[in-house]
Design a protein around this ligand. Structure first.
Ligand code: SIN
Ligand code: MN
Length: 274
């Protein structure tokens, strides 16, 4: 669980690292499954990054009885999120960010709540958990966060390439006064971050993949007031911390059946992202 000091760090800075939240053997299982998962690959979509590259990700709304669910439903994650939200968390969606060696695209500065606001979510009482699947370094386009930027409140978001990014004028003013932190992470490290925290990442010109699993949670009391891209309150059945290693693929009922495709954006014509 988070200590008082860690909760204060999250409240002040907008993020908190938990190093080695998952052990090497656990994250190895996730990485080897994900990188040979044809379904995950088939549901992946790309989006122009506005810098000549393309980001690639797979996104699903409900956690399945699969290896991904042993992370997103894991008490090591969900119980901590509950401390941060001060309310019961439910799974809002998860996504695998497949930032490939040499070709992986950049992410423009944005706040997750910049998107989620458009989905009828009233309060910024959500939390994203970035779990490093591969090592993330400055060279392979690790996440960058703007320290304390969640205190700006929600910033207007505009189209940047095929992505939606925070208003560049405001970002320039904010980056001039706030510290940009490069989130160097080892596999199994986790970063819990606030939905109004400004974050971005560079293209991956290195020879090393930078995949990450990002699990996003909303507070039960903050269920969207209208139908949107991601679900309303749905009880989340938590799994014990040992669930990853206890997971037996031959005994499962099946994986996620709720992939979200990029076409939803086009159909609804809203300014939306992930
Ligand atoms: C995201 O914000 O959803 C992805 C950012 C990244 O993986 O660099
Ligand atoms: Mn984001």
């Amino acid at each position: 669980m988070f200590t008082h000091a860690e909760i204060k760090q999250y409240q002040d800075a907008g993020y908190c690292f938990v190093r080695s939240l998952f052990a090497p053997a656990e994250i190895d299982r996730l990485r080897s499954t994900a990188k040979s998962d044809r379904e995950l690959d088939a549901h992946a979509f790309g989006r122009n990054d506005g810098e000549g590259g393309s980001v690639r990700l797979s996104l699903w709304n409900h956690p399945g009885d699969d290896i991904y669910g042993t992370f997103s439903r894991n008490r090591r994650v969900v119980d901590r999120v509950e401390q941060l939200l001060g309310d019961e968390p439910y799974h809002y969606h998860s996504k695998m960010i497949m930032k490939e060696a040499r070709t992986g695209g950049a992410w423009a500065w944005h706040q997750d709540y910049g998107y989620w606001y458009e989905n009828g979510v009233l309060y910024p009482n959500l939390c994203s958990v970035f779990i490093a699947v591969d090592p993330a370094t400055k060279e392979n386009g690790c996440l960058q966060v703007l320290d304390g930027s969640h205190q700006l409140g929600r910033v207007t978001h505009l189209h940047v390439g095929e992505q939606t990014g925070a208003d560049p004028e405001r970002v320039a003013a904010a980056t001039a006064i706030l510290r940009t932190v490069y989130c160097d992470m080892a596999p199994g490290d986790a970063l819990f971050f606030h939905p109004n925290l400004l974050h971005r990442s560079d293209q991956n010109h290195s020879a090393h993949d930078r995949w990450a699993l990002i699990c996003c949670y909303n507070a039960r009391s903050n269920s969207p007031y209208k139908e949107g891209r991601h679900p309303a309150y749905t009880p989340l059945v938590r799994l014990e911390p040992g669930a990853v290693m206890a997971f037996n693929p031959t005994l499962t009922r099946g994986g996620t059946d709720s992939f979200v495709s990029n076409t939803v954006d086009r159909e609804t014509q809203t300014i939306s992202g992930q």
